[in-house]
Design a protein around this ligand. Structure first.
Ligand SMILES: [Zn+2]
Length: 149
């Protein structure tokens, strides 16, 4: 059995909504995804990497477009060692100063301390209006991630 998760993560990896706004966003996501098994707002103590699971399709440098997969482990391990409190690094391909969160994940992925998730939503992609409503409800821009486990 595989699970599909629709997940919203704030664009800023260190940002979290208030618990009141998170609760409102849960209600809103329930109305957008009424057939979901569960809808939850999850706060993490430290920044985590939200991976798209089986949908993973690789990473490219956001500055020059080079394939980042051959060297991505290096900055990932360095960032993991400081609990992802610093995501910045210099790319080996072109020397650009960037953040792990800003690399071009071919299927959206994100770092964050908060996520709003609908498990097995049994629906297609929410509309841009829905995405905007979620962002407005939480109070910050969000990244939408589809995960297949
Ligand atoms: Zn590059």
């Amino acid at each position: 059995m595989s699970d599909t998760i629709l997940r919203y993560v704030p664009e800023d990896p260190f940002w979290k909504p208030t618990t009141a706004d998170a609760a409102k966003a849960v209600s809103l996501l329930k109305s957008i995804a009424p057939d979901a098994e569960t809808v939850d707002a999850i706060f993490e103590e430290n920044v985590v990497f939200y991976h798209p699971g089986e949908y993973w399709s690789g990473i490219k440098c956001n500055a020059c477009g080079a394939d980042a997969e051959p060297w991505w482990d290096g900055p990932m391990n360095a960032a993991f060692a400081v609990k992802f409190e610093n995501l910045e690094f210099t790319t080996p391909c072109c020397g650009a100063h960037t953040s792990l969160n800003d690399l071009h994940y071919i299927v959206p992925s994100a770092f964050g301390r908060f996520n709003l998730e609908a498990r097995n939503p049994n629906m297609g992609d929410p509309t841009e209006d829905h995405d905007r409503d979620i962002a407005r409800c939480l109070g910050a821009p969000v990244r939408k991630i589809w995960v297949r486990l």
